[in-house]
Design a protein around this ligand. Sequence first.
Ligand code: SF4
Length: 467
Amino acid sequence: MSQSLIKVDRPTCAKPARVAGAKTTIGFVNLGCSKNQVDSEIMLGTLVSGGFELTADAGKAEVVIINTCGFIEEAKQESINTIIDHSRLKKEGACRVLIAAGCLAQRYQGDLLKELPELDGVVGTGEFGKIAEICRDLLAPKKRHRRLWISQPPYLYDELAPRLRLGRRHGAYVKIAEGCNRNCAFCAIPLMRGKQRSRPVDSIVAEARRLAAEGVKELNLISQDTVNYGVDLGLRQGLVSLLRELVKVEGLRWIRPFYLYPQQVTDELLDLYAGEEKITKYIDMPLQHINDRMLNRMHRLGDRAAVEKLVARIRTRIPGVTFRTAFIVGFPGETDAAFEELRRYVEDAEFDRVAAFLYSDEEGTPAVDLEGKIDRPVMEERRNELLALQEQIAAAKGREQIGSTLEVLVDGPSEETDLLLEGRHQGLAPEIDGAVYINDGTAEAGEFVQVKITDAATYDLVGHIIP
Ligand code: SF4
């Protein structure tokens, strides 16, 4: 690690009397993306099957586990702050063991243990299946032994792994592969998660059946490179084969693949999207940039012409598709003209949703050595400009939906107020997109209802249930 990870002050506090529980209690903090959420759910399931008790009261937890994110600078800093913040529990609460797991742990390994003396264990992405064993080891009444648990390749769960799901009961994430074979110049994921390894179709289908039997209606398929699913298993058109099996699973209503790389997207795949009712008409495809020179420096496959052709093909073959994409602003060498080209592209393409990330130097990636680094204020200005533009586009698209009737999956009472219900039509993905607020009518969480749209805010819609 070339720089200190720690940028916050450690809190000081007096330790109150510790109340020991009858069972060993675990407190758990999940950070990062949906892939991390699945890892957390597997760890929680493994801990419960291993005889531990979970607690939501951090002060009572004897073991505190932070599942960290190491994706970009901001995520790393959040992970470190969370670890330091929770270290207070060793003085204030019942905490005897503090563990950092996940991406940041895998990436910084021994350096993390060295830089954060409050940590007892550092558990990489290959060791999740052993988490109960690791906790027992660290709790053993012997001399304190701080330790690393790191191995390669990262752990890939199967349908038999115990899993304790977080979040809504009617939706679940399923990880279909781990790792990535691409070499995008800015990305540290292959360093943390290794080369791609896909789960067999049968394993994913078995898990989907179990989840459907538990009441899951919406299945969200995640990996680092979903289009490439199955290549390591020797499958041709692996995603197509997988989706064909998943749509047969009774009880599932929406199947939503995330993270499609803009290459190897076949007509067969797009036609399956268009023709199969259960596959959401929703494409999540990070494009990263549009300027040819930038795409080349990013080591992305394909140029502007190829991207434009693909976006047009998707829109033609999947009528009414919702298109979500993401761009990086401030990649080394991004001139004003290159950014302007990106801005104009976003203006013309009128995507439904656009995320914009600031470039950050990630140790070990090729982009670190590139010249032409952009100052942070310039990057922020570019991101703000892109997002402000997208806000206008999204608001106009929202207004177009007023008067229409949409099928909505009810997520439950609104987080804003109990007077409203909140749900999503199939063009709104959980957690990352907006919501449909329902101001008239009743429904349970997990129910599908028809909603007449009467109003629209930038990313949200408002309407009432049609009986
Ligand atoms: S495809 Fe995605 S995960 Fe793979 S290297 Fe590129 S940005 Fe990283």
